[in-house]
Structures are given as C-alpha cells and as structure tokens.
Design a protein. Structure first.
Lengths: 184, 479
C-alpha cells in the first residue's frame, strides 16, 4: 500500500474511534436519565493529556527528520534539472534558464537510481511543481515562486514516464498545465 | 430597548448568513458537478465561483462567530450596539464589492489571492482594485467590531483577568467565565490577523499605484497572506467554541463550565500557537527558513492539543452518564465537537511536513478544512442560531429534529469522505476538470456533490424554521 493510502486508513480508523466514543457518550446520557454527576474524571484528564502530548512529541521527533529539506542533504546530485514555470506550461532544461528569455525547454531524461536536483522557479505567478508516477501517485513536490529557486532533490528508483502537474492555483488554465520527463 | 434592538440586529445577521450559506453551498455543488463532468462551465466561470464560494464561506462564519459572541457578551459587559451595526454596514458593502469583482468582473484569483496572481489580470481590469477594496472594507468593519468588543471586556475585567491569569494562583479571587477568556483570546487573534491584512493590502495597493516602479517580495506576501487567511478561519472556530462554552451546559440543563488553571493555560497557549501554525501553508516553499518550517509543525500539533483536549473532556464530563435535555441546539454543539476533532486529525496528518510532501494541495486539503468547518464550526453557529431563534421568540423547543440531524451527518460526512479518498489518490485540488489519468476523480466529485445536496437539504429545513422565528422579532408585539 502506498503511503497516501496508508494515511487514509489511519485517518479513517481515528475518525471511526472518535465517532464511536461520541456515540457511546450520547447513549450514556439517554440510558441513565435522572442520574446526576456520576462522572468526573479529573485525574484521567491529566493522564489523557499527557498521553496525547507524548504521542505528539514522539510523532514530531519521528517525522521531522523525514522532511524534504533534509533528504539527501549531505549527498551530491549527479544531475541538475532547471525548471521555470509560467502560465500555463513548464520549461525543463539541462541548462540554466534565463528568466527574461524563458525558452522552449528540452526533453529531460533522468538516470534511474541517481540523485537528481530540480531547481524550480517561476517566470510569473506562483505555481506548483508536483511529480506524479505512472500510477498517478504524487511522488514529490515543491512550489515554483517568482524570484526564488526551490531545490528539490529526489532519487527515482522506478523507470518510466513521470508527469509534472501544477499544484498551486495559477489562473484559468491551471488544470491543463503539465509536462513530463523520462527515467531510464 | 437596547436588548430588543440587539435581538433584531442579531436576527438580521442570522438570516443573512443562512441565505448566503445556501447560495455558497450551491456554488460548491455546481463546482463538484462540473468536476464530475455532469455540467460544463467555462474554466473562468468555475474559478470565479470558486473564489466567491471561498470568500463568502470564510466571511459568513467569521461574522457568525462575532455576532454570537456579541449577543452573549452582553450577559457580562455592556457592548455598544453601534459597532455591531457599523460592522454589518461594512460587511454588506464589502460583500457587494467582492461579489461584483468575482461575478461581474470575473476576478478569479481564489480567496487566497496569492501574490502576484491578482496583477495577472485575466478578468476586467477594474476587478482587482475592487476586490482588494472589498477585502479592505470587510477588514475595517470587523476590526472596529473586534476592538469594540475587546474594549468592552477590558472595561469590566483587567487584561490579566480577561486572560484568566489569576487562576494560576491558589487564591484566585474572582472567576473569569470561560466565555470571557475564549472571547478575549479569539478577539485578540482576529485583531492581529486583520492588522496583517491591512499591511498586505497596503503592499498590494503600493504596487498597484506605483505602475511597476515598486514590486513586492513573493515570499513575504505569501507569509502575510497565510498569517491572515489561516488565522482568521481558526479564530472563527474559536469564536464558535466560546459560544459552545457559554450555551452547551445551559441548554443541556447542566452546571456551567468553570475556568480552572488548566482551562486558562490551554486557551493562553492556544493564542500563541494559533498565531504561529500558519507556517504549515509554506512547507513546500523550500526557501523559507527551516526554523519556521519546524515551528509550523510544532505549533500545528500544539495549537490543536490544549484547546481540543480541554474542550473534549469538558464536553465528556458534561454529558457522560448524566441526564441531558437533548434538543437540536445541543445536538449540533455535540456533533460539532466530534466534527472538529475528526477534521483536526485530518489537519494534523497534513500539517506533518513529511506527509504534506505528498498531500499538499491535493483534495486532502479541502477534505480536512471542510470537516472542521462544515461539520464543526458551522454546527456551533447553527446551534447558536437555533437557540437564539427560540430564545428571541420565547419558544420552547426540545425536539431533537432527528431527520435534520441525519441529513447533516450523512450529507456532511459523505461529502468530505469523497475529498479524503481523492486526497489519498493524489487528485489535485482547484482543478475545474480532472486530467483523464485520475480515473475515479469525476465519480468522486459527483458523489460528493450529491452528498452536499443532502447536507443542503438539512440546512434549508433548518433555515426555514430559524428564519420564520427570526422574522417574528420584527413584529412589535414580540420580544
């Protein structure tokens, strides 16, 4: 199962748990009609808060090192791809792109299993730069912002054609803004 | 007389908000049917609707919270009615300007109007300044209202009392009601984010009038946009929670909530964390300093923890194994807390940087914010509306309105589930139509639209009951 789907399963389990607890609480207020103040779990409240706080701290310490800013930070990329987004296309090039001239870009081939660095910017408004595999799973992304270069490092272990979609609303043809590259 | 006028003004707010809510839901349903290829809108029309939908929804639930807090605040302090009427006037003007910009001028830069998109006009040239002016007018109205209410609180409570700091001591003197504490925290948040909006608008207008000699920094503008946008919608939720703390025990026939040291601590912490959680909107901007990204995740986790834990436990203690006088009002509060917590789970998952890397700007985003809004905050405000409509007309109504509740539950959770599944399938958000490789996207959109129709039916049935009662407030014999 992909990570995306695992997150959905985790979410649905948690949502189901919350809904079950609320249903149980609601029912308890119907069954014991007439009873007063039978439940005051002040100690449990601290206990519960401590558990949640501990879970939050553990989750943070486990997940933060997996942030994209730290991935492959100590490695040297074997290939650099320059990306300039503009309404409503992507320019991909093996050479640096002149922001004043833009250009048509070129076909990009990325060697499988090698570390690649995408240097992503925009020539007009803010765009998204999202890489999708051939099963339409979102693999990696960064934003394409005018005046800034976001560096996204990734290693493609599966050969094939990867699509690039814009994931930041950029105007009327936002849904049609796309490009692709090959990994082999 | 003052009370009668306040009831009338509050009734106007309630009716206006509900009518605008129905109109905005309809726009949302049209968008989902378009994504489901059941209808065929021009992309520019779709995005104009999307901009209108987002703006209107954010706006009405902010003013719903403000109107409810104003009404209930008069139980504790004297609040000038003039600020309420001033805000209403400015809200009407602001909404007219915004709707003119989007629906007449075809402005469609989304409610976030992310810099520099508003200057890349694919719409009438006048629509951009009118849109920005509309935001400014709304901001002025709400700012005056929020400051007015905060000043009213501070006339009766010192600042430390309003923050309930005396509850950290053993001998704490007078008690700060939870409602006052949460209203203070929320109003300060509203004021801070509206001041940020002012700065944002000044920078926009400076560039607009400079005719190219001055340009803004996109990263700074993005930080300002999300500080304003993220915070205002969260403060709307907290205003709704203030209402819950005040009314839920009362409607349920249970003792009032009390402020304890941990309630005080939780809401003081919430103020700090909610103002720094907005950084999570910029996780995918790798040029943002990494320290801010870490703060974003830590604050996102911590912003939800104290207020949610304290509120959830307070509600559990109030209801569990106790005899409760259930009516639609407290049922809505109860379901709203559940929806808020479930949406909060979705939000925390997305606010984890390593998850955001594959969820950012997919349908997971509308999934979680629709959950804690449509099934959380909206229900808090609807609970207030239902309670107020009965209160204003001295009507005793303890019906549970099971049919309406079921419509909201099935329609609301079904609607957001389609978004969550879409998010897990990496389907992008804000697409007028989906690329063909997302084979289930159109089907999910259509199913979502139908679920939204069910939710809408529940809302319309409530609207009919509430509006009927609220209009009675204007007849001379009532109130």
């Amino acid at each position: 199962m992909e990570k995306h789907q695992s997150l959905l399963v985790i979410f649905l389990i948690l949502a189901g748990l919350i809904a079950s607890i609320f249903l149980h609480i609601y029912r308890s207020s119907l069954i014991t009609y007439g009873a007063e103040g039978m439940y005051n779990p002040t100690r449990k409240r601290y206990f519960f808060f401590l558990i949640l706080a501990s879970v939050a701290v553990i989750l943070m310490s486990v997940t933060i090192p997996d942030s994209p800013y730290f991935m492959f930070a100590d490695k040297q990329p074997s290939k650099v791809v320059f990306v300039a987004a503009k309404q409503f296309s992507f320019i991909l090039s093996n050479q640096a792109i002149d922001p004043k001239k833009g250009g048509a870009g070129e076909n990009i081939e990325i060697p499988v299993g090698e570390l690649v660095e995408f240097r992503v910017s925009s020539l007009d408004v803010t765009h998204g730069f999202a890489i999708y595999d051939d099963k339409s799973n979102l693999v990696a992304q960064t934003q394409a912002m005018p005046g800034y270069i976001n560096k996204l490092r990734w290693k493609f272990n599966t050969p094939g054609t990867y699509n690039i979609l814009c994931l930041e609303f950029c105007g009327v043809a936002h849904a049609f803004m796309r490009a692709s590259f090959t990994v082999k | 007389m003052e009370n009668k006028s306040l009831k009338r003004v509050t009734s106007i707010w309630i009716i206006t908000i509900l009518v605008l809510f129905v109109a905005s839901i309809l726009l949302g349903i049209i968008m989902r049917f378009n994504q489901g290829t059941k209808i065929n809108l021009a992309p520019a029309t779709f995005y104009a609707y999307m901009t209108t939908h987002g703006l209107t929804m954010v706006g009405i639930w902010v003013v719903a919270g403000m109107a409810a807090v104003h009404y209930l605040l008069t139980r504790y302090v004297k609040v000038p009615l003039s600020i309420n009427i001033f805000a209403m006037l400015f809200t009407v003007i602001g909404v007219v300007l915004l709707w003119a910009a989007t629906l007449v001028g075809h402005f469609h830069a989304a409610w976030t109007f992310l810099y520099p998109l508003p200057f890349y006009t694919a719409w009438e040239a006048w629509a951009t300044p009118v849109f920005l002016l509309g935001i400014g007018v709304l901001g002025i109205g709400w700012f005056v209202w929020a400051v007015g209410m905060l000043v009213s609180i501070l006339k009766n409570y010192s600042l430390s009392q309003a923050f309930a700091w005396q509850h950290f001591k053993k001998d704490n003197g007078i008690e700060t009601p939870p409602f006052i504490l949460i209203a203070t925290v929320s109003l300060i948040g509203v004021i801070v984010c509206l001041l940020t909006a002012v700065l944002l608008l000044i920078l926009y207008f400076a560039e607009y009038f400079s005719k190219g000699s001055f340009t803004n920094d996109p990263l700074l503008m993005k930080n300002l946009t999300y500080f304003f946008g993220h915070t205002i919608i969260n403060e709307a939720l907290y205003l709704g929670l203030a209402t819950l703390y005040e009314l839920l025990p009362e409607i349920s026939g249970r003792p009032r909530f009390k402020t304890t040291w941990y309630v005080a601590l939780a809401w003081n912490c919430t103020l700090v964390f909610v103002l720094t959680a907005f950084f999570h909107h910029l996780y995918m901007d790798f040029v943002q300093p990494e320290g801010f990204q870490m703060i974003g995740q830590i604050a996102s986790y911590l912003a939800s923890l104290p207020s949610a834990t304290v509120t959830a436990f307070s509600v559990v203690i109030l209801i569990y194994n106790n005899s409760i006088k259930w009516s639609l009002a407290n049922i809505l509060f109860f379901i709203g807390v559940m929806g808020w917590l479930i949406g909060g789970m979705g939000a925390v998952i997305d606010a984890t940087i390593s998850n955001n890397f594959i969820l950012h700007n997919t349908l997971w985003v509308p999934a979680h914010f629709h959950t804690y809004n449509a099934m959380g905050n909206v229900l808090f405000s609807l609970a207030f509306f239902w309670w107020a409509a009965n209160e204003f007309t001295n009507t005793h109504n303890d019906r549970r309105e099971r049919f309406k509740t079921i419509l909201l539950l099935v329609g609301g959770f079904g609607f957001v589930l389609m978004f969550y599944i879409g998010g897990a399938l990496s389907i992008p958000r804000r697409y007028s139509v989906y690329p063909e490789e997302f084979t289930s996207a159109a089907m999910l959109a259509t199913a979502g639209a139908w679920f939204a129709c069910i939710y809408l039916l529940g809302i319309v049935l409530m609207l009919i009951d509430i509006v009927k009662k609220c209009t009675r407030v204007f007849s001379s014999s009532s109130v």
